[in-house]
Ligand binder design. Structure first.
Ligand SMILES: Cc1ncc(COP(=O)(O)O)c(C=O)c1O
Length: 423
């Protein structure tokens, strides 16, 4: 038989590491092994009952919807973002997709230019760019800058790039580090973007899980003419499996939306009608849903801070999280010991050893484009029963470290195991 010929740009892709690790942990747990799963970033809370009810009520909706998405949903998203972030999205410049990941991919497909990605950054940007056979330029960030890019680093890179148009993908609050760009930092980065014709893809999937408390203005506020915002229901509304995301931009980029509408019409056509109708409820601004999102964020903050304090007291180096549900501790202070005792030289060795020796699942920093010998890993803070902890949280005024130890015992046990491992 002739050899099966496959696209060379895709053949070298491996399954997304987060999904792969999740499957492995599930298998280990099915075999009865106790695993502390600090590897998978899925919000553990139930979807709010009002959204579930809206989905149920619209299950009879069966017609194909417009490629841009249900107008009512785009209007609700526009109102919601005006209220929450003071973004002025025109519904005509919003497109709905099956998760923001797909829309990011389509946007990278549609836009021309070199793609600039900070390291560390989310696992899927790189493969998405590679599938297109496009060039990636990375900016290696530093721990002392909380893994955020500095304007001069962007400027230095832009000076070396020959492509007329450039695309910067930036994600705040950030996966994998949990850090958040301040308005000042955004303003300074925007200055460079304007100078070098850099389009910003602002991945704001975690924007409502922000512990810093103060309302952010964001990239779209300072640079509407060349910013694309992506977001959706997966994290703030704990509805990753609904697969509902959106991409929004300004009228200056309406040619992109037109191009995406054509792409969508030739690929997934439209997101399912019942899900889009449920999305109308999710973005309605309903006070109960908003309070629920706020309470879930408080729990994310308490668990993030708990792990942060434990890690700092163990001697790890890491930025304090300002949002999302991730941390990126560096084991640098333990390098000699880890090499000698466990032959750990890379972040891959580190995560494999943590899983095999103490059943703690984390992702290696190399999956997030850090050099392989940086002994860092990404820790997700959500290994607990979301429904239960939410109910308990309503009875407590302050979510203390004791509260987390009692209601998210796997976080405590994982930290204890790591502490013993390093002793
Ligand atoms: C930084 C980041 N961007 C985008 C996504 C994709 O989200 P969605 O479920 O909307 O496709 C994720 C999901 O893990 C993420 O962590």
């Amino acid at each position: 038989m002739e050899e099966l010929l496959l696209n060379k740009d895709i053949i070298e892709l491996k399954e997304s590491s987060t999904l792969w690790l999740n499957t492995l942990v599930k298998e280990m747990r099915q075999k009865g092994e106790c695993v502390y799963h600090l590897g998978f970033g899925q919000s553990p809370f139930p979807v709010h009952p009002k959204i579930v009810e809206a989905l149920r009520e619209s299950s009879h909706e069966k017609d194909y919807l417009p490629t841009l998405g249900l107008l009512k949903l785009r209007e609700k998203i526009s109102e919601f973002y005006k209220e929450q972030f003071n973004y002025k999205f025109n519904p005509d410049n919003i497109i709905i997709g099956p998760g923001s990941k797909e829309l990011l991919f389509q946007a990278l497909f549609a836009l021309d230019g070199t793609v600039i990605i900070p390291a560390p950054s989310w696992v899927s940007y790189g493969p998405q760019v590679n599938i297109r056979g496009k060039h990636i330029s990375r900016i290696l960030t530093k721990l002392e800058n909380n893994y955020k890019i500095r304007p001069f680093e962007l400027e230095n890179l832009c000076q070396t790039l020959t492509s007329k148009q450039k695309i910067l993908i930036i994600n705040s609050p950030n996966n994998p580090t949990g850090t958040v760009y301040s308005d000042r930092e955004i303003k300074d980065i925007v200055k460079v973007c304007k100078k070098y014709n850099v389009i910003v893809i602002s991945d704001e999937i975690y924007a409502q899980i922000d512990f810093t408390g103060n309302k952010k203005k964001g990239f779209f506020h300072y640079y509407p003419e060349r910013t694309i915002v992506t977001a959706g229901l997966s994290k703030s509304h704990s509805a990753g499996g609904y697969r509902l995301g959106f991409l929004a931009s300004s009228k200056e980029m309406s040619s992109l939306i037109k191009c995406l509408a054509s792409l969508v019409s030739e690929t997934f056509s439209a997101v399912s009608a019942p899900i889009q109708n449920a999305g109308v409820m999710a973005y309605s601004g309903d006070s109960e849903i908003m309070e629920y999102i706020g309470q879930c964020s408080k729990i994310h903050r308490a668990s993030g801070y708990y792990l942060y304090h434990r890690f700092i007291s163990m001697g790890f180096l890491l930025p304090k999280p300002g949002g999302a549900f991730y941390l990126m501790p560096s084991f640098e202070n333990f390098r000699k010991k880890l090499q000698k005792k466990y032959q750990i030289f890379t972040s891959d060795d580190l995560s494999k050893t943590l899983l095999s020796e103490i059943k703690v699942a984390v992702l290696p920093a190399t999956d997030f484009y850090l050099p392989s010998d940086w002994l860092c890993c990404r820790v997700a803070t959500v290994d607990y029963n979301g429904a239960k902890i939410y109910q308990e949280s309503l009875k407590s005024k302050v979510l203390t470290e004791d509260f987390i130890e009692k209601n998210a015992p796997n976080l405590k046990l994982a930290c204890d195991a790591i502490q013993n491992f390093l002793a």
